[in-house]
Design a protein around this ligand. Structure first.
Ligand SMILES: [Zn+2]
Length: 240
């Protein structure tokens, strides 16, 4: 095992830990943003429900105005009924009175139904507001958890990055640049171990993409400390 490849292995090991920490942090932050999305949806529902209640309330108010007008009309019909002089007039006013009574009864039924709608919607809104409140405290908890995780990880991340810089300093800058580029691309999985696929034949594959690696490259890796990249996936090849 060459010194460069040994350093690359150390770098890979450190990189794994760094990537793992960053992944855990991303997960915590992902949970927070999912919760924020949920809250935004809830707030939208609350607004829609409030608007619905307002509409139902307005409908009720307008029906209530009609009920009052019709009640006054009936009162007037009754007064007229007392003042009529002929049977014909009496019959006409009585007919009007009965029509108005029927209308009033219909309007009152509608108004009552609208009032019940308002009450049902208000009860649902109260529940939704409670839900919103508890989801908001949940968001605060999650934000705290993410901040705590970041704090505890920051120290560890600092240590790992210092270790990484130390190991990287022992490698040629070109190699480090290649490593960094591959780490970015493969989410920290930079090295690929060359595997022998047959115990007696010189057949090898890249452990990263499982495509063929020539015997020359496999041999060069065991004898020299040069940098070899997989021709297919581009990872840095190494041997066990
Ligand atoms: Zn490969």
């Amino acid at each position: 095992m060459g010194a460069a490849r040994d350093a690359l292995r150390q770098l890979q090991e450190i990189e794994h830990q760094i990537v793992d920490i960053k992944r855990q942090l991303r997960r915590k932050e992902g949970v927070v943003s999912a919760q924020e999305k949920k809250l935004a949806e809830l707030r939208k529902s609350v607004e829609a429900e409030k608007a619905g209640i307002q509409r139902a309330q307005m409908d009720f108010n307008s029906l209530d105005v009609d009920v009052k007008a019709r009640t006054a009309g009936i009162q007037k019909d009754r007064e007229q009924l007392n003042a009529v002089r002929t049977n014909k007039e009496y019959a006409a006013v009585l007919k009007q009175l009965n029509n108005d009574k029927a209308d009033l009864s219909r309007l009152e039924t509608e108004a009552l139904a609208r009032l019940q709608t308002v009450e049902t919607q208000q009860a649902a809104l109260q529940q939704r507001l409670q839900q919103l409140q508890s989801e908001e405290s949940r968001r605060e908890e999650l934000v705290d958890q993410a901040a705590q995780a970041r704090k505890s990880f920051d120290t560890r991340l600092g240590e790992l990055q210092a270790q990484r810089a130390k190991v990287a300093a022992s490698l040629p800058p070109d190699t480090v640049r290649t490593f960094d580029r591959l780490s970015e691309h493969f989410d920290g999985e930079v090295l690929a171990t060359v595997e022998r696929t047959h115990p007696r034949r010189d057949e090898f594959v890249c452990g990263g993409c499982f495509l063929t690696v020539t015997a020359e490259v496999a041999n060069a890796l065991t004898t020299r400390d040069d940098l070899h990249l997989c021709k297919n996936c581009g990872r840095i090849l190494t041997v066990k």
